[in-house]
Design a protein around this ligand. Structure first.
Ligand SMILES: Nc1ncnc2c1ncn2[C@@H]1O[C@H](COP(=O)(O)OP(=O)(O)OP(=O)(O)O)[C@@H](O)[C@H]1O
Ligand SMILES: [Mg+2]
Length: 338
């Protein structure tokens, strides 16, 4: 299945979704739900930087898609009272693109680079001096007219986002003073996200309905918001006064999002591991090939949540399906092993 079609994928699906996300996005630390440890730390760093009248140290946010990295970066800009400029690794193709971006910054501004692990190598290299000492040296012109140019930059804050910190080169990683790992959200936190979003949409929702959506959102606010939008359509057509448990259950069954928030792709991965490899251990690339997905997609989008809920575990020889997953799928561990 194409990842864009996965309703429970943490990935953004494009412009339409980006538009609604804008209205759903919390703007301040106070509105930002969950990630308590990160919020506490970041609040202190922000206060200290403001007191010193200095830009905030560079921040690296890493974790699975849809957990609120972009949102948090925007919140940090609001709290610092500075401009927020966003771009992404693949969008910066050559050093000149980065120079143009940096050139537009006011002192203290935040430059957010999403998917920072996908920056071209030659761009990444000029980022080192930009981050460390706020200057860049580049070569302008060609052949005979080529000459080095030294660009001083305004002091700024780089906020980088990536799915796994390990994807970054060591020198780039070392230049971030603040490194934060985003965690999956608890059911209670996601219930709060659903209630907040329903209020933004002006949709009535029962607490049980909100909790059920939260429970089936694989720890991810973007998934909560997406499921809420779909369920809201079902509730409207069924002429429900309020989104209740019954309509949530009905809608999510039709959408093939199961009790634990797993979809067809998740179940396909588990069943493949069980039926073809006796539950493992089996390598990630082998699993990916068998279910027709990219290895990176499995690593970033499918496996982390299955590991989080204890359905898959990592061993030295590969991935293994756990007894909990067998029982969720209604399979008998011993029958399958023999
Ligand atoms: N802490 C939060 N409180 C409330 N809503 C949140 C929170 N975090 C994220 N959201 C909502 O979830 C959606 C996805 O968040 P965001 O785009 O920031 O995720 P992301 O981690 O940047 O994802 P990606 O890695 O795909 O860029 C947004 O619509 C936002 O409104
Ligand atoms: Mg994002």
């Amino acid at each position: 299945m194409d990842d864009d079609e996965r309703i429970i994928s943490g990935e953004s699906t494009g412009l339409d979704e980006e538009q609604t996300e804008l209205s759903l996005r919390p703007r301040t630390l106070k509105q930002y739900i969950g990630q308590e440890k990160i919020k506490k730390e970041v609040a202190i760093y922000i206060e200290a930087a403001k007191n010193r009248e200095e830009p905030l140290d560079h921040v690296l946010l890493y974790g699975p898609p849809g957990l609120g990295k972009t949102t948090l970066a925007g919140v940090i800009a609001t709290e610092m009272g500075v401009n927020f400029k966003t771009t992404s690794g693949p969008a910066i193709e050559k050093p000149g693109d980065l120079v143009a971006l940096l050139n537009e910054l006011q002192p203290g501004d935040i430059l957010f680079i999403d998917e920072i692990h996908r920056l071209p190598k030659n761009v990444e290299e000029i980022l080192y001096s930009a981050m460390e000492d706020f200057y860049i040296d580049i070569v302008v012109g060609q052949d005979a007219t080529a000459h080095p140019v030294h660009f001083p930059l305004p002091p700024f804050t780089l906020v980088g986002a990536t799915t796994r910190a390990g994807l970054l080169s060591a020198p780039l990683r070392a230049r971030f003073g603040i490194v934060e790992h985003m965690n999956y959200y608890t059911e209670d936190e996601l219930t709060a996200v659903v209630l907040r979003s329903a209020a933004v949409f002006d949709s009535k929702i029962d607490p049980q309905g909100a909790h059920e959506i939260a429970r089936r959102s694989r720890g991810t606010p973007r998934v909560s918001n997406r499921l809420l939008k779909r369920v809201r359509d079902f509730a409207q057509v069924a002429q429900k006064e309020s989104i209740d448990l019954e309509i949530v259950d009905y809608a999510l069954k039709l959408l093939q999002v199961d009790e634990r928030g797993l979809d067809e792709t998740d179940r396909k991965m588990l069943m493949t591991m069980i039926k073809l490899y006796a539950g493992g251990p089996v390598g990630l690339a082998t699993i990916a090939a068998n279910i027709g997905e990219e290895t990176d997609t499995v690593a970033d989008m499918i496996e982390p949540y299955l590991m989080q809920i204890g359905f898959v575990k990592r061993t030295a020889r590969g991935r293994m399906v756990t007894p909990a997953a067998y029982s969720h799928l209604g399979l008998d561990l011993h029958d399958e092993k023999n």
